[in-house]
Design a protein around this ligand. Structure first.
Ligand SMILES: Nc1nc2c(ncn2[C@@H]2O[C@H](COP(=O)(O)OP(=O)(O)OP(=O)(O)O)[C@@H](O)[C@H]2O)c(=O)[nH]1
Length: 420
C-alpha cells in the first residue's frame, strides 16, 4: 500500500476568496461563543479569538519538526483548502480526480492518494491525464487508511512546508474501503494541520449500479458499513454511473441516500462529470456558508407551513430500510434561549458525540438580530454569529443532524426545550 502526493499545475490563482470577513462582536454573541466554548470537548473555534483558525486541542506532530510558521497571518485565512474524495471501490473516484486535474478551474491541485496493491495503477491514470507531468511529485509514505492520522498529518505538513508555493488546493483520494472519519478528524483534531490546511469538503462518489447492495449490506455488530459512512460524512454526493441504471432504480437509491444524509447536495453524473464548483470551494466547514448549506429538501418536508414554535420533521424514513445511520432535520420558527441551546448541545455531545457524525445549524436566538451558525463533527463544534436577519425575514431555525442511532423524538424535544 502506498500513499502518494502528486502536484499538477493549472493556472495560478490568489487566495482572496479564502478571506474570513470580520464578524462584529456583540454581548450576546460573546455570550453565545463563551457558552459554546465551555461545552464542545474543549475544541471550540471562536472566530472572535485573535487566531482565526481552529483552536483544536491535539497536535500529532510538533511545529518545529516541520519548521512551520507558528503564527501565520492573524487576519487572512491563508490556509490551503483540502477536498476529500471518498466512495466505494470502483465508484469513480479516480475518474473524478482525472476530471478535476484536467478541468479549467484555475487552481493548482496537489493530490494525496492511497490505494491497495503494489501496482501504481491509479497513479499512472492520473499522470497520463495531467496537463503537466513534469510537475507531478510522488512521495511514498505509509498507508493512509491504517495509520491515517500520523501519516496524513506528516504528508500534509510536508506538502505545506516544501511545496506550498506550488498549489492552491489539496485533493485527497481515500481508498474505497476506508472509513472517511479518520481523514476528516485529522483536520479537526490536529492543531498544526488545522493551522495550515482547512477542510473544504467531503465529496462522495456513489456507484449507482452497485451502491444499494453495499448500503444494505448487514455487517456484524460493531463493524462499520463503509459505504454508509462514506455517504453520511459527505458534503457533496455524486450519483455516478447513471448510464447503468433505470430511472426507478435511481429514484430508490436517491431516497436511500437522502435518508442517510439529508444535508449533502446531490448531483447525477456519468464518468464523474460535474461542474468544478460542485466539488472545489465547497466551504462545507465554513460557518459563513452554513446558512446556504443547511437546506432541507422540501420534497421530504411533511408540511410547508411554518408556524411559530412548530418544527417540521424531516426524518427521511419512507420506503427504506433502517441502516441505523440517518439524518434528522428540524425546521422551525421561534426564538431560542442561548443558555438552553448551550445546555442542550453540551448534553447531546457528551451523551451522543460518538454517534453524531455531522451537524449544522442556523439559529435565531433571543436578543440578537444576527443568525447564529454552528457546525460540528462528533464532539467538535464550531460556531459564530452569522448574517443579520432581514427586517421582514421570517426567523426560521434550521438544524440537521447526521448520525448513528439518532433519537429523533429526543432531538425534537431537546430543540423545543430551547425555545424562549
Ligand atoms: N459506465 C460507466 N463507467 C464508469 C463511470 N464512471 C467511472 N466508470 C468506470 O468505472 C471504473 C472504475 O472507476 P474508477 O474511477 O477507477 O473508480 P475508483 O472509485 O477510483 O476505483 P477504486 O480506486 O478501485 O476504488 C472505470 O473503468 C471507469 O472508467 C460511469 O459514469 N459510467
Amino acid at each position: 500500500m502506498a500513499a502518494r502526493i502528486l502536484l499538477s499545475r493549472t493556472s495560478l490563482k490568489n487566495f482572496n476568496h479564502f478571506l474570513h470577513p470580520p464578524i462584529h462582536d456583540s454581548s450576546s454573541s460573546s455570550q453565545f461563543l463563551r457558552s459554546l466554548c465551555s461545552l464542545v470537548s474543549r475544541q471550540f473555534n471562536s472566530r472572535h479569538a485573535k487566531n482565526p483558525h481552529p483552536g483544536y486541542s491535539r497536535s500529532m506532530v510538533s511545529a518545529s519538526s516541520y519548521n512551520l510558521d507558528e503564527n501565520p497571518s492573524l487576519d487572512l485565512d491563508t490556509r490551503v483548502p483540502a477536498t476529500i474524495i471518498t466512495g466505494f471501490l470502483g465508484s469513480g473516484k479516480t475518474t473524478l480526480l482525472n476530471h478535476i486535474l484536467t478541468s479549467q478551474h484555475g487552481k493548482r491541485i496537489a493530490v494525496i492518494e492511497n490505494e491497495f496493491g503494489e501496482v501504481d495503477i491509479d497513479g499512472s491514470l492520473v499522470a497520463s491525464h495531467s496537463s503537466s507531468n513534469e510537475d507531478i511529485v510522488m512521495v511514498n509514505n505509509g498507508c493512509l487508511c491504517c495509520t491515517v492520522r500520523g501519516d496524513l498529518v506528516k504528508m500534509l505538513l510536508q506538502l505545506v512546508k516544501e511545496k506550498r508555493e506550488k498549489f492552491d488546493h489539496i485533493v485527497i483520494e481515500t481508498t474505497g474501503l476506508a472509513k472517511p472519519s479518520p481523514v476528516i478528524e485529522t483536520f479537526c483534531m490536529d492543531e498544526l494541520v488545522s493551522r495550515h490546511v482547512k477542510l473544504d469538503g467531503v465529496v462522495t462518489l456513489v456507484d449507482c449500479k452497485h451502491a444499494m447492495q453495499h448500503l444494505n449490506e448487514v455487517k456484524p455488530r460493531f463493524v462499520v458499513n463503509e459505504a454508509v459512512e462514506q455517504v453520511a460524512y459527505a458534503d457533496r454526493i455524486i450519483l455516478n454511473k447513471i448510464d447503468l441504471v433505470t430511472e426507478a432504480e435511481l429514484e430508490t437509491l436517491t431516497k436511500k441516500i437522502k435518508h442517510i444524509n439529508g444535508m449533502a447536495q446531490i448531483k447525477l453524473a456519468k464518468f464523474g462529470s460535474v461542474d468544478m464548483d460542485f466539488v472545489l470551494g465547497v466551504g462545507g466547514y465554513d460557518l459563513e456558508r452554513i446558512d446556504n448549506e443547511v437546506q432541507v429538501d422540501s420534497s421530504c418536508t411533511s408540511s410547508h407551513h411554518h408556524e411559530a414554535g412548530h418544527e417540521h420533521d424531516n426524518h427521511h424514513h419512507d420506503h427504506v430500510h433502517d441502516s441505523t445511520v440517518s439524518s434528522v432535520s428540524i425546521v422551525a420558527e421561534g426564538t431560542l434561549d442561548l443558555d438552553e441551546v448551550d445546555d442542550w448541545l453540551e448534553r447531546l455531545i457528551e451523551e451522543k458525540g460518538e454517534d453524531l457524525y455531522r451537524m449544522k445549524g442556523v439559529l435565531c436566538v433571543n436578543g440578537s438580530d444576527q443568525r447564529y451558525v454552528f457546525q460540528g463533527v462528533h464532539s467538535t463544534l464550531d460556531g459564530c454569529p452569522g448574517g443579520t436577519w432581514g427586517p421582514d425575514e421570517k426567523r426560521i431555525n434550521k438544524l440537521v443532524f447526521i448520525g448513528r442511532n439518532l433519537d429523533e423524538t429526543s432531538l425534537r424535544k431537546g430543540f423545543r426545550g430551547c425555545l424562549a
